[in-house]
Design a protein around this ligand. Structure first.
Ligand SMILES: [Zn+2]
Length: 406
């Protein structure tokens, strides 16, 4: 569930105004629990009690309602009078986009009754949280950028592939993969996507693309060249394979990707892991992610609703000092009013002695998405709990209205 919210402030939220809002929304196709319940309850209330919505809502000391918007039957709108001056409106949808659309439509209806709503609603709250993250948290953690997507976002698979390339069998001095074996690099990704990213890495000089002819029997390389034309000429030679005796024209023609010389330095730090974490967070709708591996107390941070996710990414063994620094940093941000989720991402099992309270640990990159999804879910639930009191009293009916008079 995804939420969005805004507050409307007035000198006093009286029964008349709430009833006018309720009427307008009902006429526009919104179903409201309070309205429906009041229609039902007429059979139970006493005839001598004023049963108009305005009268009922005026007598009610608490007011909260749940509405179903006409165009989004799966979404819910919760309206709650927090105090005499503030009406809080929370929209819950199946996606952030749905919540946002419902909120926009709802505001138009509210404005026909209340006049232009002043700025300062939920959007601005979210915006100001993001601004605070960019202005205060990112520089304090010595991270790079302002949390917006970097120019290389599209090729975030690149570092992961370079990493996997390093583990490929060495052929003629360099880790090499044949196009027919691409699935071993990233089994969960479509091979066309892997191929695109490999080609991008070739243009960047991180990889080399070679054309090869291989013995179908023993797998030996009979000829290789970066130049496709040269290998076509080689295959056309009237020559037999020294291993199996076939004509070279009948042997297997392939494209091979080899790790370039520059690539080594790029895969030796944890940048590749940070890139994967950033890509995963952005895919899940996190707007602000900033990374700078190795520069400060954390490798990266992300802002989601009212929460900050702090992470360390390492392919070296995790040390207790790392965990302590992360905890310390988390406590500091909590002192500044943030809800903090510290996270250690490793690509190997972490010893029990380095596990610590309050720090989430990912022990394999394959588990990353699941863990992040859980953290974001928890963050969303926590912000909903902060928006609304746990026990809302719905339908605004006082018991006295149901009892007979003297
Ligand atoms: Zn052969």
């Amino acid at each position: 569930m995804f939420t969005d919210y805004f507050d409307i402030k007035r000198p006093k939220w009286d029964g008349e105004t709430l009833a006018a809002l309720q009427k307008r929304l009902e006429e526009s196709g919104y179903q409201g629990l309070t309205g429906e319940f009041h229609a039902l309850i007429r059979r139970y209330v006493n005839a001598d009690v004023d049963r108009s919505p305005a009268a009922i809502l005026t007598r009610a000391d608490e007011y909260a309602d749940v509405l179903i918007p006409p165009a989004h039957p799966h979404a819910r709108i919760i309206v709650h009078r927090q105090n005499p001056e503030v009406l809080r409106i929370v929209v819950a949808g199946r996606s952030q986009h749905e919540a946002r659309m419902v909120q926009t439509a709802l505001k138009l209806h509210l404005e026909t009754v209340l006049g232009r709503l002043s700025e300062g609603g939920g959007d601005d709250h979210g915006r100001s949280t993001l601004n605070r993250f960019r202005r205060e948290v990112v520089p304090a953690l010595r991270l790079q950028g302002n949390g917006e997507r970097g120019p290389d976002g599209r090729f975030s698979l690149g570092p992961q592939l370079l990493r996997a390339m390093r583990r490929q069998p060495v052929v003629r001095g360099r880790p090499t993969v044949l196009v027919s074996h691409l699935a071993t690099l990233a089994p969960d990704k479509p091979s066309e996507q892997v191929r695109d990213v490999l080609e991008h890495l070739v243009t960047q000089g991180a990889l080399e693309r070679w054309h090869v002819v291989i013995c179908r029997e023993g797998g030996q390389w009979l000829g290789s060249s970066p130049n496709a034309e040269e290998m076509r000429a080689f295959s056309a030679l009237k020559m037999d394979c020294p291993h199996c005796g076939r004509r070279v024209s009948e042997e297997q023609s392939e494209v091979a990707y080899r790790l370039g010389e520059q690539a080594e330095t790029r895969v030796n730090d944890n940048r590749w892991m940070c890139d994967i974490i950033e890509a995963a967070l952005r895919k899940m709708g996190v707007e602000a992610v900033a990374v700078h591996p190795g520069a400060g107390p954390v490798d990266g941070a992300a802002c989601y609703q009212d929460a900050v996710i702090l992470f360390r990414a390492t392919d070296e063994p995790v040390e207790m000092g790392d965990v302590k620094r992360l905890q310390e940093q988390g406590r500091q941000l909590e002192g500044e009013g943030w809800r903090v989720f510290p996270l250690i991402v490793s690509d190997r099992p972490i010893g029990a002695d380095t596990k610590a309270a309050g720090v989430t640990v990912v022990e394999s990159m394959a588990a990353l998405d699941g863990v992040l999804d859980q953290i974001l879910r928890t963050a969303r639930e926590a912000s909903l709990n902060a928006l609304l009191p746990t026990h809302l009293r719905l339908a605004a009916i006082a018991l006295i209205d149901l009892l007979p008079s003297d």
